[in-house]
Design a protein around this ligand. Structure first.
Ligand code: PEP
Length: 255
């Protein structure tokens, strides 16, 4: 397997942070710092920040993503946003199945799968998040949990569509907790995810998928995590809100 063949992707997940004017200010700081990045750089921002973010990054190498999308094209889904709405304003990526959506908003593998299919059909690139709870890791069922999520979240996603899918391995116990998985733990599960993809599709298709690690990745630990064979990038929460820290992670991924 040749890691160099895959696209390294560093994506910020801003969660529910920054107003549109604050988003613009942060991106104005980030853009020059990552201008010579040798990896894909994405900022996934709250819905109301998307237009400002797209304007602030126009003509730069920073791409903009949303933090969710609905599976229906339109209709009686108060509070939801469709892929067509996102696509029309220039959104390229969308985070799906984040553990906070699963934990606080009733997201299930079935709804993650529906959103993933809709995102792909609508021309968006989904960043599909999977990861085990601390309790599941302690019960030694991490692989079972991940295998199930990968199978269900990607149900009916074709090999051709898989080319536009990014997987983010985010152990739930490491998100926003300051507890990072060790580089070996991250590598072990990212390699397992690739094996699952090879079983569901084939080795060539699996080898081409970018698999990110997410969970308290920062400027101090990014180098080691990203040095691992199957860790092709990062989904960054807290550290993506500080331009210098985010840029340092981008730099680590560009080596
Ligand atoms: C995330 O929100 O996806 C995440 C990984 O957060 P943090 O980096 O803050 O742990």
């Amino acid at each position: 397997m040749d890691k160099a063949k895959r696209k390294a992707i560093i994506a910020g997940n801003w969660k529910m942070n920054k107003t549109p004017s604050e988003a613009k200010a942060l991106l104005n700081e980030i853009v020059p710092l990552v201008a010579d990045a040798d990896c894909e750089v994405i900022a996934c921002v709250p819905y109301v920040d998307l237009a400002a973010a797209i304007e602030a990054t126009a003509g730069t190498n920073v791409k903009i993503g949303a933090e969710n999308c609905h599976w229906a094209a339109s209709g009686a889904f108060t509070g939801e946003i469709s892929t067509g709405m996102l696509k029309e304003i220039g959104v390229e990526y969308v985070v799906l199945g984040h553990s906070e959506r699963r934990q606080y908003f009733g997201e299930t593998d079935e709804t993650v799968n529906k959103r993933t299919k809709a995102a792909l059909a609508g021309g968006l690139k989904p960043i599909v998040c999977v990861g085990e709870l601390l309790w599941e890791r302690e019960c030694n069922i991490t692989e079972e949990v991940i295998a199930r999520q990968i199978k269900l979240d990607l149900w009916d996603v074709t090999e051709e569509e898989l080319k536009n899918v990014v997987i983010a391995y985010e152990p739930v116990w490491a998100i926003g907790t300051g507890k990072t998985a060790t580089a070996d733990q991250a590598e072990e599960v990212c390699a397992f995810i690739r094996d699952q993809l090879a079983k569901l599709y084939n080795q060539e298709a699996a080898d081409a998928v970018t698999i990110q690690y997410g969970g308290s990745m920062n400027d101090a630990n990014a180098d080691e995590l990203l040095s691992k064979t199957n860790v092709d990038g990062g989904l960054i929460g807290g550290a993506s809100l500080v331009a210098e820290k985010f840029a340092a992670i981008v730099k680590a991924a560009s080596k």
